[in-house]
Design a protein around this ligand. Structure first.
Ligand SMILES: Cc1ncc(COP(=O)(O)O)c(C=O)c1O
Length: 374
């Protein structure tokens, strides 16, 4: 379809960085150092400096970042970890995999992030951590969450998989809790050539445990202080990610400009009756990994966009408390009404940095045609 607008266009991104990425990957091939080594170490230093934290540890994915962080915090059977049910599966999956129990807390309707007002009631003497998810690229209200968690000695982990570069009251995602977990999945604002992730921490002891755990808890050659796993970040990924990290802020700024344009145009066209653009809280530096709105007649809109070749996606259609695999937790429909309503109403539209004005006009036209003609 000639006029199609994809949800994400990584080929357009690659056009601008082809030579640099190719050179970086080739240099790893020449060195034949694929595990650990200078590229991984350099990326760790650069991400730590970028986030304003002392330590960063490269890992194999955002999922493993969460898993290894919870392992390093000692989360295990009998423990509870409080988090949002409106997030990617990995947030709660990593809690379950350690034998702990995900305890869900409903979200705010405007930001889709965990509602701090509802957190306290879900904490018990078994709560071992809180995972605050910075969904779609906007930080959860971490200071209010910490006001509740800190006095109880409960560490707050940031699931910042979608939020590298986001900020809250001037501080970067990852520097706001005990540890921050990032994903370099290709569709993230900083995406690799495959899977990858990073744990950053303000706590050097925790970062050191994560570093050991990502390599089977090995302290010296074939001496293991802990039972960890193989959660390493590949050198090829690190080399490519370093090229992209230098552009991250410019890309995030372009995403935010596109989001602001859509929001303005939706208002100007009188579409607010049908579409609710995302709220950005005062103090939040939103990096728009996704531009996610609430839409009236969402499912019919999806069909319309599909017919027009306009990329879109629903993140996420089924909240985690209603996932078949979490049936044993005993939650039922109606337990987290704000999340359930969001799952029924949200739609994400193209917001990637390389979008052109005419592509954005086409997205807007499609929205106008749908709501104004019907
Ligand atoms: C909120 C959230 N948490 C965790 C993850 C897991 O990251 P990965 O896909 O790199 O394992 C993702 C991304 O996929 C995510 O969006």
């Amino acid at each position: 379809m000639a006029d199609a607008v994809p949800l994400l266009d990584l080929k357009a991104q690659f056009e601008g960085i082809r030579d640099e990425v190719t050179r970086a990957v080739l240099s790893v091939l020449e060195s034949q150092r694929f595990i650990f080594g200078p590229e991984v170490e350099a990326l760790e230093k650069e991400v730590a400096a970028y986030c304003g934290v002392p330590r960063a540890v490269g890992v194999s994915s955002g999922t493993d970042a969460l898993l290894v962080t919870l392992m390093a915090l000692g989360v295990g059977p009998g423990d509870e970890v409080a988090t949002s049910p409106f997030t990617f599966f990995a947030t709660a999956g990593s809690i379950h995999r350690l034998g702990a129990r995900p305890v869900f807390v409903d979200i705010r309707p405007d930001t889709f992030n965990l509602d701090p007002e509802k957190l306290e009631a879900s904490l018990t003497e078994k709560t071992r951590a809180v995972i605050a998810v910075h969904l779609f690229g906007q930080c959860a209200e971490i200071d209010r969450i910490r006001e509740i968690a800190d006095p109880r000695g409960i560490p707050v982990v940031e699931d910042a998989a979608q939020a590298l570069g986001a900020s809250w009251k001037g501080r970067k995602a990852g520097a706001l809790g005990r540890a921050g977990c990032f994903s370099f999945f290709p569709s993230k604002n900083l995406g690799g050539l495959g899977d990858g992730g990073m744990v950053v921490s303000t706590d050097p002891d925790l970062a050191e445990r994560v570093r050991l755990l990502r390599h089977h808890g090995q302290v010296d050659a074939y001496r293991h202080a802990y039972v960890g796993g193989n959660f390493r970040l590949d050198a090829i990924q690190a080399a490519a990610l370093r090229v992209k990290l230098a552009r991250l802020d410019a890309w995030s700024a372009a995403r935010a400009e596109h989001a602001a344009w859509y929001t303005r145009e939706i208002r100007r066209e009188g579409l607010e009756e049908f579409l609710t653009p995302p709220a950005v809280l005062p103090g939040a530096g939103h990096v728009f990994n996704q531009f996610t709105l609430r839409a009236k007649r969402r499912d019919a809109l999806k069909e319309h966009l599909k017919a027009r070749g306009i990329g879109h996606a629903v993140y996420y259609p089924l909240p985690l408390h209603l996932q078949p695999c979490f049936g044993y937790l005993g939650y039922k429909e109606g337990d987290f009404p704000v999340s359930e309503k969001a799952a029924a109403e949200v739609i994400s539209l193209p917001v990637y940095p390389e979008l052109t004005p005419s592509q954005m006009e086409r997205v807007l036209e499609a929205l106008k045609d749908f709501y104004k003609a019907s």
